[in-house]
Design a protein around this ligand. Sequence first.
Ligand code: ADP
Ligand code: MG
Length: 229
Amino acid sequence: MSLVTASNLTKTYRIGDIDVPAIKGIDFVIEASSFVAFVGPSGSGKSTLLNMVGCLDHPSSGTLKVLDTDIATLDRRAAARFRGEHIGFVFQDFNLIPVLTVFENVEYPLRIVQKWPAEKRRAQVLRLLDAVGMADQADKRPDQISGGQKQRVAVARALVSQPKLVLADEPTANLDHDTAYRVLELMKKMRDEFRTTFVFSTHDSKIMGEAETTFVLEDGRLQNGGSHA
Ligand code: ADP
Ligand code: MG
């Protein structure tokens, strides 16, 4: 089953009177439960593309379907609801809330939607912290753990509300190579355990081999139709 489908997708930013084409007509399909990388140098369009898949920005033309929803049809509110229900995010700089503990950071998305009773919420947070190997650090604050551990917590937070899709824009850019590799291995393990689709971007060709499907972006275009490892 395909989870994301892009057809002749473009995105052009407008700065004053100048058009800046960032995505120049690309096609791809992302299968459910796959582990996918968009790889390309800085400025190639990775963030622009992931922002559209994450319903944070609209395409300029073409179509982008996520879970059978044409994301161009979503207004700001509907997009926010759609994200809350279906998409988790992992960021380059972790984006943990510094005044909250590890446990509270992972719990945070569940408190916002308020549909989970407290006991169920607690069990789900502990399940995720255990899955990412951070259960024994639950009471620490972000400044008391390493970068690799922060990203493990961020992966747990992205998964806590059981999204179909997790998007990670350069999740390893602030990590050394060994730690980067281990974070991607963790994501793959989480994919196996929860059957969540993971899509990450990187400018580091050394770690792109971790993905099962790789799309190479260059200057807003895809070099291939997605090569499968
Ligand atoms: P990457 O994430 O691969 O580094 P981006 O998607 O950030 O690439 O950028 C792709 C192109 O779009 C670049 O030329 C960048 O300067 C331009 N761009 C990105 N975001 C904006 C924006 N908000 N306004 C104008 N131009 C942008
Ligand atoms: Mg980027």
